[in-house]
Design a protein around this ligand. Structure first.
Ligand SMILES: Nc1ncnc2c1ncn2[C@@H]1O[C@H](COP(=O)(O)OP(=O)(O)O)[C@@H](O)[C@H]1O
Ligand SMILES: [Mg+2]
Length: 229
């Protein structure tokens, strides 16, 4: 290993090398991602842009270990996500990776507090102070006992963001996190994501259609037809 290699291991939280992803649909192979290589540094904010259907969500789910590439490698903090058992991958997602979905994916039968606590509880951990800190950070302390159906879209997404950050992940992925929100809530959620990225020094990778948001990013990656441009 040369000096450059050891440097890249220290500063890159995420490294994807030559990712390909194909699906077989009615006996036809569809190549959705083609030869994608990218890296994200610790604490960096990267925006991913591209037309609908270009492969952004597929890419994000591979980078976050929610799905596996057909070929290629995804390394998180030096650990190869494509070479792990389901169990190891689940543990890695719990400890190092946060994910925010466009459609929130809150658990309807749990309160705001319980939703935020959920990643800790499945890891058999408890950290009331951390949950309080996140409730405060997303300005939902007063809604801690509410259920998702009692919340506005913006409040639901703020709950999902707090849940994604509760276990102090090294990297937070968000797939069009403001796509289901009106302009005012979208602005608030974006501001919040940026504030938390800075406060917790979490790397942030966001898929977005919003050019004003992409401008705030340290770097923008554009995907056209499954390839980085
Ligand atoms: N599980 C799947 N099976 C077959 N095709 C898929 C699957 N997931 C995604 N695709 C296809 O991959 C392409 C990219 O999808 P997606 O990553 O969701 O794009 P984007 O998020 O940029 O809109 C689309 O043509 C979509 O139909
Ligand atoms: Mg998508």
């Amino acid at each position: 290993m040369n000096i450059n290699d050891s440097e890249s291991i220290e500063t890159n939280v995420l490294e994807a090398k030559q990712i390909h992803k194909s699906f077989i649909l009615e006996q036809n192979q569809i190549d959705v991602l083609k030869d994608i290589s990218l890296s994200v540094q610790s604490g960096e904010f990267v925006a991913i842009m591209g037309k609908s259907g270009s492969g952004k969500s597929t890419l994000l789910s591979l980078l976050a270990g929610l799905d596996q590439p057909t070929t290629g490698q995804v390394k998180l903090n030096g650990d190869d996500l494509t070479d792990m058992s389901e169990e190891q991958l689940a543990l890695k997602r719990q400890s190092d990776i946060g994910f925010v979905f466009q459609s929130f994916h809150l658990i309807p039968t749990l309160t705001v507090r319980e939703n935020i606590e959920f990643p800790l509880s499945i890891a058999r951990q408890q950290n009331t102070k951390r949950v309080d800190e996140l409730l405060n950070a997303v300005e939902l302390t007063h809604r801690a006992m509410s259920f998702p159906h009692q919340l506005s879209g913006g409040e639901k997404q703020r709950t999902a963001i707090a849940r994604a950050l509760v276990a102090k992940p090294k990297i937070l992925f968000a797939d069009e996190p403001t796509g289901n929100l009106d302009e005012k809530n979208a602005d608030q959620v974006m501001q919040l994501l940026l504030n938390l990225q800075q406060a917790f020094n979490t790397a942030l990778v966001i898929v977005t259609h919003d050019p004003s948001l992409a401008k705030l990013a340290d770097r923008t990656i554009t995907i056209i037809d499954g390839q980085i441009q």
